[in-house]
Every structure is written in structure tokens, then in C-alpha cells.
Design a protein around this ligand. Structure first.
Ligand code: SAM
Ligand code: SF4
Length: 350
């Protein structure tokens, strides 16, 4: 009784100690899959240098899953024990109909948490609706506080719009908001302490992410721009006292508490601190591929199945169960080589 009370209150806080999943989806390495990330569009109003090429070609509508198909796959996963779904993209808030999808998915019995990752640009007008549609926790990407650097990193973004979006999200009453910052040496590596200060002042969490070699990008060299999490922690030491914590938000972040604040600082370190042993996630790409690992190409074409057998829930569920044997032990990211993964992050969803 006490245990379930503790578990529930940590879940409400968005933080739970790493635990064994009650999901029926288990891979060859005994890892339970209880977390699905869904990219609902490959389109975006930004062109972040680490995520997209400057000149991107987007998928034609016929190759993108419909919102009904996405909702159907989410239902199958939740009925198989998935407890957490993150809606992402591309920029999820530029897809028409996103709010009704959120409502549908958020209402699935058994789903404990619906979350979203957004670049924040549409939040000034949409934050309240996203909250009302059932999203409890929100991740907002913010790599820099400097308007010129923001423009350089996003190519097309307007920092004022995103800052207004963060304010709108704070006013909308999300249980927790976390900032995501991809740190690139030579772009924004000197800003980690200012970003943590920004988060502390607003009672937000923040995660720093090492760039992953997904898709070909132009304009920077991933090897030269690599800035490991340990260096960021050293940079923060002068201004903040960080204490490691075993708390987890169910994703790959390793967290530290900031003394004197509620803020948690997370590090997503695919290169320097491998997190694959505790991986509990799979992803649905915008083109309907079920991807078993962000850093491998093992996948199942769910779009073909959905279109050949529309509405066939038992067949879909069996395909999801069968897919678990394809989940590899660990990712294959290597910043010292040209990308081995040719898909951009926007296809897959971060
Ligand atoms: N457009 C939304 C956003 O930017 O928050 C959601 C999609 S974006 C692909 C999700 C997350 O992936 C963002 O926090 C972004 O910074 C991160 N991301 C994109 N490309 C990345 C890469 N190559 N390596 C590491 N993180 C990346
Ligand atoms: Fe768009 Fe997000 Fe990719 Fe930036 S990281 S280009 S905001 S999808």
C-alpha cells in the first residue's frame, strides 16, 4: 500500500525511480517496453542545424500516417501495457488536428502519462489548449538565450516567440516543464550555466543533450562540435551545487538536483555515458515505421500492415509483440564517422 502510494506520488511529480515495467512487451534482453514516442509530422517551422539540413524535402501526405492510424497504434500499445506516450516530431504543434489526437490518446484507459516535446513557437496561442487536451508535462527546446545564436542554431526561429511560449506554458498550469538544450562546442557550449539560471528562476527542469549523428547535416562538423556532458557539469560547478539523484523521468536523462531550488538538471549522453541498458522505449516514425532503437535501423513497417488490414487490432498487437525480438542491445552512434543512420531526428521524433 505504502509502495503504491509512493509510486503514485512520484509518478504525479513526473519522476519515478527506475523500475521494471509491468508491460507485456519485453525484448530479448529482458527490458520491458512501457514508453512510446510518436513523431506525428516531419515538418517544422525551424531548421535546427543538428536536426535538419537547410534544404529539407518533406514526405508527401500519402506516406505519412493519418491521425486515425496514429491513434490506433497508440491504443494497441497501451492495451499491451505501454504507460507513457510522448508526442513529438518535427514540430508536433504544426500538424493540423493535433489537439484532437492529444485528446484521444490522453483518454486511453491505462495510459499514465501523455507528454509532448515542442520547439515552443506555437505555444503562445496553443499552450492552454495543449494542457486542456490532457498533456501534463511538456518539454520545450531552448539551446541558447542569445537571440543571434538562436537564429544561427535554428536558422529560421525567433527567440522572442519561444520565450513567450515558455511563459504561456507556465501560465497554462503544466505539472512540470523541462527545457531541452543540445550543446554544440563553438555554438552554445559556454551557455550551460546561464540556461540553468534561467530554469531555476522559473522553476523549470532542464536537460542537456549530446548531439546524435542522425541524418546528414551541413554547416558544422559533429566531431569538432562534440561537447561531453562531463564538461558541462564542470562548467556548472562554479555557479551551482549539483547532487546526483536516482530519479528518472522514464527517459534517458541522468538527473542532478540543484541545491536550493526545485530544478533538476538532466544529461542525455549517448556518447559519453551509455544509457541503453535501461532502455524502455520504442518509436513510431512519421512514415509508420516502428523503430526499436533511435541509433539502429531495425524496424517494422506498420503503415503497410495498417493499410492492408485496416482496423485489425489483434493482428497489429501481434506485430508489436513480435517486433520486440528486433530491439537491439545498444545504439550504434559514432560521431567520428559519417552518419550510419541516414534518417533525420525530425522523422523519428526526439
Ligand atoms: N520540434 C520539437 C523540438 O524541437 O522540441 C520536437 C522534435 S525535436 C526532433 C525533439 C528533440 O530532439 C529536441 O529537443 C531537439 O533538440 C532534439 N534533437 C534534434 N536533433 C538532434 C540530434 N541530432 N541530436 C540530439 N538531439 C537532437
Ligand atoms: Fe524542428 Fe525540433 Fe528539429 Fe529544431 S529540433 S528542426 S525545432 S524538429
Amino acid at each position: 500500500m505504502q509502495d503504491s502510494f509512493m509510486r503514485d506520488s512520484l509518478m504525479q511529480d513526473g519522476l519515478m525511480q527506475k523500475s521494471v515495467s509491468p508491460s507485456g512487451l519485453v525484448d530479448r534482453f529482458g527490458r520491458g517496453v512501457n514508453y512510446l514516442r510518436v513523431s506525428i509530422t516531419d515538418r517544422c517551422d525551424f531548421r535546427c542545424v543538428y536536426c535538419m539540413a537547410e534544404d529539407m524535402r518533406f514526405l508527401p501526405r500519402s506516406e505519412v500516417l493519418s491521425l486515425e492510424e496514429i491513434a490506433f497504434v497508440c491504443r494497441a500499445f497501451v492495451e499491451l501495457g505501454v504507460e507513457k506516450i510522448r508526442i513529438t516530431g518535427g514540430e508536433p504543434l504544426v500538424r493540423q488536428g493535433v489537439l484532437s489526437l492529444l485528446q484521444q490518446v490522453g483518454a486511453l484507459p491505462g495510459l499514465r502519462e501523455l507528454t509532448m516535446t515542442t520547439n515552443g513557437s506555437q505555444l503562445p496561442r496553443m499552450a492552454a489548449d495543449v494542457r486542456a487536451a490532457g498533456v501534463r508535462r511538456l518539454n520545450i527546446s531552448l539551446d541558447t538565450l542569445n537571440p543571434a545564436k538562436f537564429k544561427a542554431m535554428t536558422r529560421t526561429g525567433d527567440i522572442e516567440q519561444v520565450l513567450m511560449g515558455i511563459n504561456a506554458a507556465r501560465a497554462a498550469g503544466f505539472e512540470r516543464i523541462k527545457l531541452n538544450a543540445v550543446i554544440l562546442k563553438g555554438f552554445n557550449h559556454d551557455e550551460a550555466a546561464d540556461l540553468v539560471g534561467f530554469a531555476v528562476e522559473r522553476d523549470l527542469d532542464i536537460s542537456f543533450i549530446e548531439e546524435m549523428p542522425l541524418g546528414e547535416v551541413s554547416g558544422h562538423d559533429r566531431e569538432l562540435c562534440f561537447y561531453p556532458s562531463q564538461r558541462i557539469r564542470e562548467d556548472l560547478q562554479g555557479r551551482f551545487s549539483l547532487t546526483p539523484t536516482e530519479e528518472s523521468s522514464g527517459g534517458p536523462s541522468r538527473y542532478y538536483r540543484v541545491e536550493g531550488a526545485r530544478t533538476r538538471v538532466g544529461f542525455i549522453s549517448p556518447h559519453s555515458e551509455n544509457f541503453c541498458a535501461s532502455c524502455n522505449r520504442v518509436r513510431l516514425t512519421v512514415a509508420g515505421r516502428l523503430l526499436l532503437c533511435l541509433g539502429n535501423e531495425d524496424s517494422v513497417d506498420l503503415k503497410a500492415l495498417l493499410r492492408e488490414y485496416p482496423g485489425d487490432m489483434p493482428r497489429l498487437k501481434q506485430a508489436l509483440i513480435d517486433a520486440m525480438v528486433l530491439k537491439p542491445e545498444r545504439h550504434q552512434f559514432n560521431i567520428y564517422e559519417q552518419p550510419v543512420i541516414f534518417r533525420h531526428m525530425s522523422m523519428t521524433g526526439g
